[in-house]
Write a protein that binds this ligand. Structure first.
Ligand SMILES: [Cu+2]
Length: 298
């Protein structure tokens, strides 16, 4: 135990010396939650933590008290007990009740997070795709036509250094012409973001500690999740010495190969203006050609 704690602390100190950013280096506890819909997860976490701590402590106290009270003494004989019906009913019914209440609360929380809220008329939401690849995350935005272009497995080239080829985006399709593929995630604050999640190779798990959101990225399947940042990443994580905002962490939470440990990403939750600026800037790098000019339906 002591050795484990020492290794953990030593490892974290070593990583910071090497300039490797360690996940959660700003806290040893839960990251600040910026996704209001998932606050009940924190309530559940603390509720279960306090409850199990109380039960665990109680068991240890009773155990130690009984060890002392019924220790061996000369002339004392053990008594055979046939059981106690009332006691057995209590220790069966109380935990059952606690489990049923916890399960009901968990179920309600789970469905409220998993059910995607409908988009109201005139509401501006962000739709995007997140693609996992050994050992990097890619963020695919629809661009100005608001349509995500198709990706095709036969176009995937894992050895390419071109983002389009890495995720197999079909640039010949009209919907894909103005699409953006970025290795960094940007989202606007206080706007719902609907994410389609997939993988081009093995199982990954898209984990956003600040949002209490985690979903497996499964090759061949499309996972769906939604998030909403109530605070910008700069408000929570602060700024670098040069004044640029720090991002939220994106972590791969599924052992996906030798480079799993470095499969991290950055999520910048920014103002609407900064988000539009990101889209503008990324769009300006695209070679849209003459046909690109008529995609102004934004
Ligand atoms: Cu991974």
């Amino acid at each position: 135990m002591a050795l484990g704690v020492w290794l953990l602390l030593y490892g974290a100190a070593w990583a910071q010396d090497q300039g490797i950013e360690t996940v959660g280096r700003r806290t040893w506890w839960l990251h600040e939650n910026v996704f209001p819909a998932t606050r009940p997860i924190d309530t559940l976490f603390y509720g279960i933590l306090y409850l199990t701590c109380a039960v665990g402590l109680g068991v240890f106290v009773v155990l130690i008290a009984f060890l002392i009270k019924y220790r061996h003494r000369p002339g004392r004989h053990a008594k055979f007990v046939h059981g106690n019906g009332r006691l057995e009913a209590v220790w069966t019914l109380v935990p059952t009740g606690i489990l049923v209440v916890t399960a009901a609360f968990s179920q309600a929380t789970w469905s409220s997070i998993k059910t995607q809220p409908p988009v109201e008329d005139g509401e501006s939401v962000v739709r995007m795709e997140v693609v996992g690849k050994q050992f990097q995350w890619f963020f695919h935005y629809p661009g100005k036509d608001s349509k995500l272009g198709p990706r095709r497995p036969e176009l995937i080239d894992p050895r390419s250094s071109d983002f389009d080829r890495m995720i197999g985006l079909d640039r010949t399709h009209p919907d894909a012409r103005d699409d953006i593929v970025s290795p960094t995630m940007y989202i606007p604050v206080n706007r719902r973001v609907y994410i389609t999640l997939s993988s081009v190779d093995v199982l990954h798990s898209f984990f956003l500690p600040n949002f209490r959101v985690k979903l497996d990225a499964v090759p061949g399947l499309h996972g769906r999740l939604w998030i909403n940042a109530a605070k910008s990443s700069a408000e929570v994580e602060g700024c670098e010495p040069d004044g640029s905002p720090r991002p939220f962490d994106i972590v791969c939470a599924e052992l996906c190969g030798q480079g799993h440990f470095k499969m991290r990403g950055q999520l910048y939750a920014v103002s609407d203006e900064e988000f539009e600026k990101f889209i503008e800037e990324e769009t300006s790098y695209l070679d849209l050609g003459a046909e690109g000019e008529d995609s102004e339906g934004y």
